[in-house]
Design a protein around this ligand. Structure first.
Ligand code: K2U
Ligand code: ZN
Length: 173
């Protein structure tokens, strides 16, 4: 395993965030290196989840760590939702839309099947914030960003705020 790398996170409205991820055919060393880089990037950016799309890798890989100690990483490859029930609303943020927070309605409880880093099939039940995080990351892998759930007016405001941020960054550079 090469040294891990903190990768650049794409920011909304970057069109590359819209590219759908491809299924992972074989969970091999390069995939495990990608997972390591995603975890290092997620921890560095204080996120509790990250999808490969966000670092411009169109592969169906997501990582999460909701633990207090930040030492319980979860990796889901080619994740599929088998069942979902109930609804819950939660204030969401996104590492690709810094500074924007908004309520999003998602399923309360989900049952997920995926491959882990060893390429083994795993099934897990999730509810609460874990269910929200999995759905948020799986959206990224399908080219969806949580801003898409907001009203057209709010989306316009987010766009203006992000364009201002990107102009400021260019000015700084
Ligand atoms: O950008 C991302 O995909 C990481 C997301 C994951 C997430 C969003 C909403 C709700 C749960 C998870 C966040 O930026 S991680 C930051 C965060 C931390 C705690 C609660 C909400 C968001
Ligand atoms: Zn996000």
């Amino acid at each position: 395993m090469k040294a891990m790398a903190i990768r650049e996170i794409l920011e909304y409205p970057d069109p590359r965030l819209r590219k759908p991820a491809r299924k992972v055919e074989v969970v091999d060393e390069p995939i495990r290196q990608l997972v390591a880089d995603m975890l290092e990037t997620m921890y560095a950016e204080k996120g509790i989840g990250l999808a490969a799309t966000q670092i411009n890798e169109q592969l169906d890989v997501l990582v999460m760590d909701l633990s207090e100690e930040r030492n319980e990483p979860i990796c889901l490859i080619n994740a599929e939702i088998l069942e979902e029930s109930g609804h819950q609303e939660h204030e969401e943020g996104c590492l690709s839309v810094p500074g924007i927070y908004a309520k999003v309605r998602r399923a309360e409880h989900i049952r997920v099947r995926a491959l882990n880093e060893q390429g083994e099939t795993v099934e897990m039940e999730a509810d609460g914030l874990l269910a929200i995080c999995i759905q948020h990351e799986m959206d990224h892998l399908r080219g969806k960003v949580f801003v898409d759930y907001l009203s057209p007016l709010k989306q316009k405001m987010v766009l203006k705020k992000m364009e201002k941020r990107h102009k400021a960054v260019v000015a700084e550079a």
